[in-house]
Ligand binder design. Structure first.
Ligand code: NI
Length: 172
């Protein structure tokens, strides 16, 4: 297992549409393990492969509590149904450090994906898990949570994030 550096805005890989995984190999499984380790280390509750500079449709998530971890490894995930009901949750992103915003999304979604053995799985998601899976699948389409908020707020968040990153770089 190994930690992988997390890609930050404004890197263009975060805006690319990621390719479907055609064949699940030991390399895919290794990547999923490394992504999970990187996510827990950050710490975060979700990570998409483009955030580690790999433009493939792969995500990991764990929205469980510390006492009850609940790790999902998803290959080629797709939202196949979304509720009419919507909910608002505060979101952040490991690629946009230290910034959060309230994001409105469908409250429940059904997701279809392949597990690490290539078996098709379905998952009904509600609450934090629903927001998280939509946020991570967005990453696979080059979409960031800031695309779901007003332009004014988005510009402010990007400006603050880039300023923070410049300061961090300056400190070495
Ligand atoms: Ni994110």
């Amino acid at each position: 297992m190994a930690l992988i550096p997390i890609i930050l805005i404004p890197d263009p890989v975060l805006r690319k549409v990621a390719s479907p995984v055609a064949e699940i190999t030991d390399g895919t499984r290794q990547l999923l393990d490394d992504m999970a380790e990187t996510m827990y280390d950050a710490p975060g509750i979700g990570l998409a492969a483009p955030q580690v500079n790999i433009s493939e449709r792969i995500i990991v998530m764990d929205c469980g509590r510390d006492e009850e971890p609940e790790l999902y490894k998803m290959i080629n995930p797709e939202i196949i149904a979304s509720s009419q009901e919507r909910s608002v949750l505060e979101e952040g992103c490991l690629s946009i450090p230290n910034q959060t915003a309230d994001v409105e999304r469908p409250a429940h979604v059904d997701v279809r994906y392949l597990d690490v053995d290539g078996n098709e799985q379905m998952l009904h998601c509600e609450g934090l898990l629903a927001a998280c899976v939509q946020h991570e699948i967005d990453h696979l389409d080059g979409v960031l949570f800031i695309d779901h908020i007003s332009r004014l707020k988005r510009d402010m968040i990007v400006r603050k994030a880039l300023k923070d990153l410049r300061h961090a770089a300056g400190r070495g």
